[in-house]
Design a protein around this ligand. Structure first.
Ligand code: ZN
Length: 149
């Protein structure tokens, strides 16, 4: 997308003049910053700051919205993933070997251990590595640290 830029110094911009109370040509004297410049009315010679229209208003047009069938398909896929996750979580919790252990990063956990995380709730270790564990929680799978001494 083309960025709005100020007219060059010494060129003229057509903008309203408060003193003349009309639209007048103004000469660009200097750029104050990237979006504003000092300009002088050609008629009454009063000076004012000319500002580019805010870039915010021009950006919204580029956003593509997913609609119709594509959106339905996407929602359906998300729903399927969620269901598959819930099913896996339920199965793993049911088959977990141990009672819930409170999660701390210093404890060493093994695969199939059931943990209780203060923020994420009950989880089951899917994979246990040297210092990381992959834990399935009710909402999603997370990588956590463990075995930190
Ligand atoms: Zn003027």
């Amino acid at each position: 997308m083309a960025e709005l830029s100020l007219p060059a110094v010494a060129s003229r911009v057509f903008t309203s003049c408060k003193k003349c109370d009309a639209e007048r040509y103004h000469i660009v004297l200097a750029h104050t910053n990237a979006t504003s410049a000092k300009v002088e009315c050609e008629v009454c010679h009063s000076k004012k700051t000319y500002k580019l229209p805010s870039a915010k208003g021009t950006k919204s047009t580029g956003v593509k919205k997913v609609t119709g069938a594509a959106a339905t398909k996407k929602a359906q896929a998300a729903e399927n993933r969620k269901n598959a996750h819930s099913r896996e979580f339920g199965e793993l919790v049911a088959s977990a070997q141990s009672d819930e252990q409170n999660y701390t990063m210093k404890t060493k956990f093994a695969q199939n251990d059931k943990i209780k995380h203060p923020k994420f709730g009950v989880g089951v270790i899917k994979v246990s590595l040297q210092d990381k564990i992959e834990v399935i929680f009710e909402d999603q799978v997370r990588m956590l640290v463990h075995n930190r001494v």
